[in-house]
Design a protein around this ligand. Sequence first.
Ligand SMILES: *Cc1c(COP(=O)(O)O)cnc(C)c1O
Length: 230
Amino acid sequence: MLYENYEQVVANVKKACERSGRNFQDITIIAVSKTKPLSDVEELISHGVVEFGENKVQEMVDKYEHVSKPVHWHLIGHLQTNKVKYIVDKACLIHSVDSVHLAREIEKEAAKKGVIAKILIEVNIAQEETKFGIREDEVYGLIDAIKDMPHVHVMGLMTIAPFVENPEENRVYFRKMHQLSLDIKSKCIDNIDMNVLSMGMTNDYEIAVEEGATMIRVGTAIFGARNYNI
Ligand SMILES: *Cc1c(COP(=O)(O)O)cnc(C)c1O
């Protein structure tokens, strides 16, 4: 059942790739399992799914420790500095870096554990007050501060687009993100890669793929609606 949902997302991504002349191989689908039981994760793993996303540190660590096979865990939610130490060697990619302060903490904890943490810079591209992430005009400043950190490697950008009725409304934001990542890439800054563009969720992932996403983060369309009251 969950795998059928997953396959439907795959089919939709393939169609979006065809529409926009992209390669399906260039898109990573992250199954966002937040609030869902480990048995749901295991069901997908049994079908070969290996990319999972969680937005809370404790939940990611719990699943990381109890899962039957090693898979890739993406930390996609807001990260508090005091929790960096729990995930810095467990997350394959931290999608939500939005301050020098947080980057410094990741550098410190990654150095302690002898790893290089892969991160994305979270951009609040629509400048919504309720969202984490930095403004577009703050991105170069943050990159400049991170580029000399030996245990932090910037892989690209991430955004959470506004919640809208009609996903077409987000196309403009996805386009802006793509352009921003191309601009940064063209500067060839040491230690800064721009090969990852994490954008698109259940509501708008097809548009995001058409506009250049390389990672989409899909929860509801795979696992069903979340219940936060249990
Ligand atoms: C929950 C979440 C998602 C997945 O949202 P859906 O709409 O259920 O697909 C993606 N990205 C982030 C950062 C999230 O917190």
